[in-house]
Design a protein around this ligand. Structure first.
Ligand SMILES: *Cc1c(COP(=O)(O)O)cnc(C)c1O
Length: 383
């Protein structure tokens, strides 16, 4: 089965991990700050806080922005559950803004309408979490204008989008947001096995995220409530977690970052081939906003009807093509239905979900494999 995504590990990546295994620190050593500096520099942000997953990074970003019981967090329904769960971890309420069916990203007009109603009801969100679906940036300028008008904070879930750009600006520059989150899961653009990172230009926010990443413990006199008892002294000043990434993972991540632009360029070459080969078929290929340069984590096509999607999906799987579907609208998960959500809540999201198929796309996908995907899809559509 050709998977929909997978990692590309080089001999240099293996060497980088082995070097850490032979060093003094397997965790809490120098490889973590090196990884953080590498990603901060690449994304054009001032501070980076690495964590053991993007899920953890989303959680500490919410906590650092003061999300707690009674707070309201809005995100996209077409995302992985972690984009919404992070708010529930903090005891906050979650709500969903429908998507633009061309990009599968949060629809800024839908957001503006929902904000207008929320302002009347005195129920404005504290934090909005747009998700850069498939690696294509949301309309961050539009979201930023609303952020200024209504005074909420913004966390970009860029789990798909490291290596992408908006108007020439790298995703992660945080020009239009408070924090940006990256994931380094093996199916994403670059990997550290498990791992995530929060980048920001706000020093105080970075320090609070560092605190929540490691038990709420600090060794920094500036963050303490009283003078140190001695050189061994540390204080727990908040309730944090153990969300640390290991040096093994960080070294892998740093090594992978050397090839990020090659990975994204390779994805673009594969996308051009898909776009060209699929142009004559009865389906919709992924639309790209002229201002964006996607990292192309995913290549998601849309069928004309849900029944067609299900049949084509089955036939592709039978042909050894490991297609997938991104995503089941989060609020249709039983856990969220039990919170009061039900079908019909975000009609565009539900329609896109019912018609979508994710085709295999990763740096090491060969021309022969891609040809097999294309021919299998054409055959399924001609039946
Ligand atoms: C993968 C992903 C996450 C979670 O990433 P982990 O590193 O696996 O925790 C969060 N949000 C989105 C949109 C993702 O695709």
């Amino acid at each position: 089965m050709i998977p929909y995504g997978r990692q590309d590990i080089s001999a240099a990546d293996v060497e980088a991990v082995i070097e850490v295994l032979r060093s003094d620190f397997l965790t809490q050593g120098p490889a973590v700050p090196t990884f953080e500096r590498t990603v901060a520099t690449y994304s054009g942000s001032d501070y980076a806080v690495a964590a053991n997953s993007a899920t953890s990074a989303l959680h500490i970003a919410c906590l650092a922005l003061g999300v707690g019981p009674g707070a309201r967090v809005w995100t996209s329904p077409i995302t992985f559950v972690a984009s919404a769960n992070c708010a529930l971890y903090c005891g906050a309420d979650v709500d969903f803004v429908d998507i633009d069916s061309r990009t599968f990203n949060m629809d800024v007009e839908a957001l503006a309408e929902k904000l207008e109603t929320a302002a009347r009801d005195n129920r404005l969100p504290n934090v909005v979490i747009p998700v850069h679906f498939a690696g294509q940036s949301c309309d961050m300028e539009g979201i930023d204008a609303l952020r200024k008008q209504y005074g909420f904070r913004v966390i970009e879930d860029a789990s798909h989008a490291i290596g992408g750009r908006l108007g020439g600006e790298p995703v992660g520059s945080c020009r239009w947001s408070d924090v940006t989150i990256f994931s380094f899961h093996p199916v994403k653009i670059v990997t550290s096995a498990e791992g995530g990172m929060a980048v920001t230009n706000d020093r105080a926010l970075a320090r609070r995220m560092q605190l929540f990443r490691s038990h709420g413990i600090t060794r920094d006199p500036e963050q303490m409530t009283r003078e140190a008892d001695g050189p061994w002294y540390y204080q727990q000043v908040a309730l944090g977690f153990n969300y640390r990434i290991t040096d093994l993972q960080a070294a892998l991540g740093t090594s992978q970052m050397r090839r990020i632009d090659d990975f994204v360029a390779r994805r673009h070459a594969l996308v051009r081939r898909y776009d060209e080969a699929l142009s004559g078929l009865p389906l919709i290929t992924p639309w790209q906003h002229p201002k964006t340069y996607s990292a192309f984590h995913l290549y998601v096509i849309r069928m004309r009807e849900a029944s067609e999607r299900n049949r084509v999906f089955r036939e592709l799987r039978d042909a050894g093509v490991g297609v997938n579907v991104h995503y089941i609208p989060v609020y249709l998960q039983p856990y969220y239905e039990q919170l009061g959500f039900s079908s019909g809540y975000c009609p565009e999201a539900e329609r896109c979900y019912s018609e979508a198929i994710t085709l295999p796309l990763f740096a090491t996908l060969t021309a022969a494999q891609q040809q097999h995907v294309i021919e299998s899809l054409a055959a399924a559509l001609n039946r």
